[in-house]
Design a protein around this ligand. Structure first.
Ligand code: BG6
Length: 479
């Protein structure tokens, strides 16, 4: 079996900044920073017409953290030097759609944007760091949302294909793994992030819009896989979902049935389609129950069937609990809310720390799809303290140690794990709460929630630890 590649990951909107230089405004650029209360965390995960209008107003005095990111657009090449020093086998980055196509409809991509990615991708390649490219990580050109209602419209598939075709033609020889969409199941549990739906001020997202948008993303995914294979690209095609490792709150049959249902729609639905090429049996009754009425053509069904992915991947941060009981005590997870698990500790943001849950998930995903598996995101979001140029983040080292141990055990158990990527390998803006204070990196960036700071980079204690770990893994595999 191939050895595990140890890597790190970022996304364009959370990392790059570089809001000018020809980039168009995207959906993440419209999210202001709001001081954290549990309400504010939820409020920042929405896109409403009002928020869009405020974001477009040049006189708005709000701070929009994604417009600054952690200045990867400026520091990108220096950051690659740090990744090299760290010894990363693999780096996951995403391309900002609106940096290349400001409104999504341009015939020719923005030259400055192309130059930026060209230098980063080439430098990674020259330094022997493999590349995992997310074509689209949440953000979408705002113009597509306003003009076409985003993914609810099939026109968006064509616009996405213009973007993905350019990216594949330009950098196709240098990319090892292609991910057309980050955490595609977010379209269901976080429709703003996943499928860029604007929430009606007083109404929930309509299920028909959510599942239609997801269907259009499945079609775009399959068309990208098809095109990439026709172009004979050397890279493998990957699909990704966010995994929650569900446990029942009690051994009651009702809680266990609830778990099966939650898993189906929240976790497996999108991967079943992208990896097996068919809508699962549970989709039809679910659609009926929730008034999902859009039609799926035979042509789309064939396309999905013939263009499934090579590799399955997931993000994993914490486990969750399912129950039919009302009033169980709640805590936060990745863009979701769950019941507290008395056996687990949690991060300051309430995400429950469960390394064994990662091994459990690796086994389940491999068992279900029988394809190589990649952990596309995992890590520990915490407040870090910069102290005389040093950051002592033993808690992050502990988190890594415990999770890596479980990954290695899963591999020994026979799971074909190919790669692991530490999320936010360099500090970036939080996607869930727009904060800078929630840091994941082994590299610290000196910036605060309101965008003040030098943006200088510092190595945390976890940098040295991860570097040694990667080195050891490499030597072990040479023995
Ligand atoms: C995943 C996303 O959902 O979780 C990332 O793909 C995100 O973009 C990560 O940053 C961690 O979430 P948060 O809210 O802590 O940034």
């Amino acid at each position: 079996m191939d050895r595990i590649l140890w890597g790190g990951a970022t996304s364009a909107s959370q990392y790059e900044g570089g809001f000018t230089d020809g980039k168009g405004m995207d959906t993440q650029d419209c999210r202001p920073y709001l001081p954290r209360t549990s309400d504010a965390t939820t409020a920042t995960r929405l896109l409403t017409k009002k928020l869009i209008e405020e974001a477009k107003d040049p006189s708005s005095d709000k701070f929009y953290p994604f417009r600054k990111g952690t200045k990867g657009y400026e520091y990108g090449l220096q950051d690659v030097d740090l990744f090299k020093e760290l010894g990363l086998d693999l780096y996951r980055l995403s391309i900002s759609w609106s940096r290349l196509y400001p409104t999504g409809e341009e015939e020719i991509p923005n030259e400055k944007g192309v130059e930026y990615y060209d230098k980063i991708i080439k430098k990674l390649h020259e330094n022997g760091i493999k590349i995992f490219l997310t074509i689209n990580h949440y953000a979408m050109p705002l113009a597509i949302v306003e003009k076409y209602r985003g993914w609810t419209n099939r026109k968006t598939i064509d616009l996405y294909m213009r973007f993905s075709k350019f990216v594949m033609a330009k950098w196709g020889d240098l990319i090892d793994f292609w991910l057309p969409f980050n955490e595609i199941n977010a379209g269901y549990f976080s429709p703003f992030n996943g499928v860029s739906l604007v929430k009606n001020e007083n109404k929930d997202y309509a299920y028909n819009d959510v599942f239609l948008s997801l269907h259009n993303q499945f079609v775009a995914n399959a068309k990208t896989v098809k095109l990439g294979r026709e172009m004979n690209l050397p890279g493998k095609f990957v699909a990704m979902v966010s995994c929650f490792c569900y446990y029942p709150l009690t051994p009651s049959p009702e809680d266990n049935l609830e778990l099966v249902k939650d898993e189906q729609i929240n976790q497996w639905y999108c991967m079943d389609i992208l990896s097996r090429g068919e809508y699962p049996y549970y989709a039809k009754p679910f659609f009926k129950k929730h008034d999902v009425t859009f039609e799926i053509s035979e042509e789309d069904r064939r396309l999905l069937k013939n263009n499934t992915v090579d590799i399955v991947s997931f993000s994993y941060y914490s486990s969750s609990i399912c129950t039919v009981q009302e009033n169980s005590s709640q805590t936060a997870g990745n863009l979701v809310v769950t019941t507290k698990n008395p056996y687990l500790k949690a991060s300051e943001w309430g995400w429950q720390i469960d390394p064994i849950g990662l091994r459990n998930t690796l086994n389940k995903v491999y068992d279900r799809y029988q394809k190589p598996v990649i952990v596309a995101e995992n890590g520990f979001g915490a407040h870090d303290k910069l102290d005389n140029g040093e950051i002592h983040d033993q808690y992050r080292i502990d988190y890594f140690k415990e999770h890596f141990d479980q990954i290695i055990k899963a591999k020994e158990e026979g799971v074909d794990v190919r790669a692991y990527m530490a999320w936010g390998i360099i500090d970036i803006v939080s996607a869930g709460s727009c904060e800078m204070d929630k840091r994941y990196g082994v590299i610290y960036v000196d910036a605060d929630n309101e965008g003040h700071g030098s943006y200088k980079r510092y190595k945390k204690d976890s940098f040295e630890w991860y570097k040694n770990f990667i080195n050891e893994q490499r030597s072990k595999n040479k023995e």
